[in-house]
Design a protein around this ligand. Structure first.
Ligand code: AMP
Ligand code: ZN
Length: 463
């Protein structure tokens, strides 16, 4: 069975064939750490996790690089607004990002290069572009990429220049496709940049956002690599500009397959501060979403379809996670897998076939849920044979290696449960002093207790 992925560059599904047999070089655009990442960002990171897990299931070895954008217009502005050093700001949000990845059980990348650690590589790339006449230096010491110098500019989003209002050039990192412009590679220092600058052949300044990903991807993966991902909002200008500047700087082909996930909206609208509908992972955990329920919600829609996130999706997700976890426990209670012949049910090939078809998760889950339904019927009627339990557990392992929906059981020791119960009674009597003392005692014993709308929730302290 061949694996097909939709390539945003050629606009068709293509059979996946890595440059080097058995190995995949993957670059995914990471977070801009000026704030906490939101559920929309995590749609992109979850889609990339799905892709990666599927390639791993197929037996590929993966070298995955995800950058951390720790210097750009947004990070500088936020550090200025909050009056804290940029390094302090970006460290805080990078740490939070890694915590969220753990909650969502997203597999870690091999390397998370930070933009600020790779300025010399960016300067080298810009020097090449200037030397090759693809870039020009302005009077104030900024460097711009001349889009007319690259014939194929606009290929990712099919830009038709005759329909466009062409203006001179743009110094901000983000702009829309109705105004394609020469974009900035190196920004000369301005007063509002404060102490954020590096020396360069063009004077002090800082890189533009787009050159960061070109420099870091080629630094770690070579001039040409297999797959580059992001959300659709990265198509233009970010990825279009990455293609232009990388190909012009290296003189070689760049990325074989570009893959993008569609937008996540909240209650059918764009997430925005004014609407108060920006959901972070920690907000959702507070509202009792687990990593598994969020995984289900994010993976249950095909990555190239829009996903409308609503709070009421939790109900179905909780049930799904419970049903799968229960089935796993039931099968394990029948057979402890002493003898495992590696067998899989006949549904497995359909499951794999769906994922081979451009990661069709709804299709794969439909096959899996039908198998769950019939397996539960057999279990209820006592007609499931021991051998089938092993086959079923093997199937669940495969499904879980992609979706990771089975909830790990947290065994709460009796000593902690007793303290939680006493605390519950103290809270009912509004005895907040005792309640706080008990929380401290529980903490000293290695557990945290959170007060949620549905009662106290206990978790072991992270090691
Ligand atoms: P940023 O931190 O803005 O650089 O974005 C990190 C990743 O999240 C990129 O791959 C974006 O394309 C993606 N992204 C941002 N917002 C959304 C959204 N609402 N839906 C899907 N992906 C998004
Ligand atoms: Zn990027």
């Amino acid at each position: 069975m061949s694996t097909q992925f939709y390539n945003s560059l050629t606009k068709k599904k293509e059979t996946f064939k890595p440059i080097e047999a058995g190995k995949v070089k993957l670059y995914t655009c990471g977070p801009t750490v000026y704030d906490m990442a939101h559920i929309g960002n995590f749609r992109a990171f979850m889609f990339e996790d799905l892709l990666k897990r599927y390639l791993l299931l197929k037996g590929f070895e993966i070298n995955h690089i995800m950058n951390i954008t720790d210097v750009d217009d947004k990070t500088i502005k936020r550090s200025f607004d909050e009056n804290i050093p940029i390094t302090e700001l970006t460290k805080k949000y990078t740490d939070r990002f890694f915590e969220d990845l753990k909650v969502l059980k997203i597999l870690p990348a091999n390397i998370y290069p930070k933009a600020t650690d790779h300025i010399p590589a960016m300067v080298r790339m810009i020097e090449n572009l200037v030397k090759n006449n693809n870039a020009y230096i302005t009077d104030n010491g900024s460097v711009y990429f001349a889009i007319d110098s690259y014939h194929d500019y606009g290929q990712l989003i099919n830009l038709d220049f005759s329909q466009q209002k062409r203006t001179n050039r743009i110094s901000s990192d983000e702009y829309t496709k109705d105004k394609p412009q020469d974009f900035v590679l190196w920004k000369s220092w301005k007063e509002e940049d404060g102490d954020v600058f590096w020396e360069s052949p063009w004077g002090k300044g800082r890189p533009g956002w787009h050159i960061e990903c070109s420099a870091m991807s080629t630094e770690y993966l070579g001039n040409q690599f297999d797959i580059h991902c992001g959300g659709v909002d990265n198509l233009f200008p970010h990825h279009e500009n990455e293609i232009a500047q990388t190909i012009c700087a290296t003189g070689e082909p760049f990325v074989n397959i570009w893959m993008h996930c569609e937008y996540l909206t909240v209650e059918r609208g764009k997430m925005s501060k004014s609407q108060g509908n920006i959901f972070r992972i920690s907000d959702l955990v507070e509202k009792d979403f687990s990593g598994e329920t969020l995984r289900y919600i994010l993976l249950n829609t095909h990555y190239r379809s829009k996903l409308n996130f609503t709070m009421d999706k939790k109900h179905e997700a909780v049930q799904v996670v419970q049903r799968i976890t229960d089935l796993y426990d039931r099968l394990l209670s029948i057979n402890k897998r002493v003898k495992n012949d590696g067998s899989l049910p006949e549904e497995y090939s359909q499951f794999e076939g769906a994922l081979d078809n451009d990661l069709d998760t709804p299709g794969a889950l439909a096959v899996f849920f039908e198998w769950v339904r019939t397996t539960n019927i057999k279990l209820d009627s006592g007609s499931l044979r021991e051998k089938e339990a092993v086959t079923g557990l093997n199937f669940l392992d495969k499904v879980n290696s992609i979706f990771d929906l089975i909830q790990e059981k947290i065994e709460i020791p009796k000593e902690i449960l007793d303290l939680v119960n006493v605390r519950q009674k103290a809270r009912q009597k509004n005895d907040w002093v005792l309640s706080d003392k008990l929380r401290d005692k529980i903490y000293d014993l290695g557990w945290t207790v959170e007060d949620t709308l549905t009662g106290q929730k206990c978790k072991p302290l992270k090691s």
